[in-house]
Design a protein around this ligand. Structure first.
Ligand SMILES: [Fe+2]
Ligand SMILES: [Fe+2]
Length: 365
């Protein structure tokens, strides 16, 4: 038996002990192989390590292609297997490749930021996928473990643009500036040693210090470019927090650029969804719940509430599987508790998840 960090655990590993939720519920039994969905619940409850049986072959025996208990039923599964998603993913990967080339040219060869083509491609993505499955639902399913900085930056750019629209920004040039804020926010990471960027496990104090330099490095890289000043500020300030708890300068809300505040939120959102990327699919309510548990004074609540509310509302009418295995449809979003909607069950009764704190949404189906 060994204790393993949840992030390192793969579906199929055999549990050495029962997993019990903080509320005393049995989530999984000792001696069984853990499923992707169970891993999702474990992270939902903030459990950090699990006891795993010391059998290396236990993982190999698990057919990674074998369906999980819900695969084929989840909304994620349907999205991932749809034609629209296939086109979206192709366009998305092209954007990430282009960004890599642009940054390479700019940082290593000190060329100009040639992003006209990339912005044009992002416009096309928005035009082609503005109806249909919805860009946010597809973004939620595009995540891969070990996402590169380029993909992360494209994610943040696309999500920031969606968020900008929700905040009422209609001017295309403004939206382009916001998109560029997302594309270049982590440009400073190109000057941080690769082995620190990709290190698994906690960073040493020195490594953390190097990592924490990336906003200043990014700002310096961009400082001479003839680009909107807000793009430079987003690179510099996206890790600042309204309450002064951020870095590099510990600025408070009045000193942080509005676009940097949007990027701060979409950056954290992307990191949260990447952490929770498991094959059986992800449901946004868990990510919303995670934001709700955070200190409210960290983020601009006017932006955050609009962002989370729009995500939650886009799931009205979606089928859900609840923690007690009952099924229903999301009927109404509670403005005061966005992660706990009103669900109409298959038998016609309603469950208000705000009042039933022992229950949660297991999957969108
Ligand atoms: Fe960053
Ligand atoms: Fe980032």
């Amino acid at each position: 038996m060994k204790r393993v960090e949840v992030a390192e655990i793969k579906p199929g590993m055999i549990l050495a002990e029962n997993i019990i939720s903080p509320r005393g519920q049995l989530l999984a039994e000792a001696g069984t192989s853990i499923t992707a969905q169970q891993l999702l619940h474990v992270s939902y409850y903030g459990i950090r390590t699990l006891s795993i049986q010391d059998k290396d072959e236990a993982v190999e025996k698990y057919q990674l292609e074998a369906p999980d208990e819900f695969i084929g039923e989840t909304q994620s599964w349907r999205i991932i297997n749809s034609k629209e998603f296939a086109t979206f993913k192709k366009a998305y990967l092209k954007c990430a490749d282009q960004l890599e080339e642009i940054l390479d040219e700019f940082v290593k060869r000190q060329g100009a930021l040639k992003d006209e083509k990339l912005l044009e491609d992002i416009h096309t993505v928005f035009e082609e996928h503005s109806t249909g499955l919805g860009i946010m639902a597809m973004m939620l399913n595009i995540q891969e473990i070990d996402t590169s900085t380029y993909k992360h930056s494209v994610n943040v750019a696309i999500i920031a643009r969606v968020c900008g629209g929700w905040l009422g920004i209609t001017d295309k040039t403004e939206l382009d500036v916001l998109t560029m804020c997302g594309l270049y926010h982590d440009i400073g990471k190109s000057l941080v040693p690769q082995k620190i960027l990709t290190k698994k496990g906690p960073l040493t104090a020195e490594e953390y210090g190097r990592m924490a330099e990336h906003p200043i490095l990014g700002y310096n890289l961009l400082s001479d470019s003839e680009i909107d000043r807000r793009i430079k500020l987003a690179a510099l300030q996206h890790h600042e927090r309204n309450d002064g708890s951020g870095y590099p300068y510990g600025l408070t809300k009045d000193f942080i650029s509005p676009f940097a505040k949007i990027v701060a939120i979409t950056d954290v959102y992307d990191a949260m969804t990447a952490d929770r990327c498991y094959r059986a699919g992800i449901c946004p309510f868990e990510v919303i719940a995670q934001f709700e548990r955070q200190d409210k004074s960290k983020y601009d609540q006017n932006i955050l509430q609009v962002f989370l509310k729009n995500i939650a509302e886009s799931y009205i009418g979606t089928g859900v599987l609840l923690s007690d295995n009952s099924r229903g449809i999301i009927t109404m979003i509670n403005d005061k508790a966005l992660s706990s909607p009103l669900v109409k069950l298959d038998d016609g009764t309603f469950i208000d998840l705000r009042e039933r704190t022992e229950m949660f949404i297991r999957a969108c189906i």
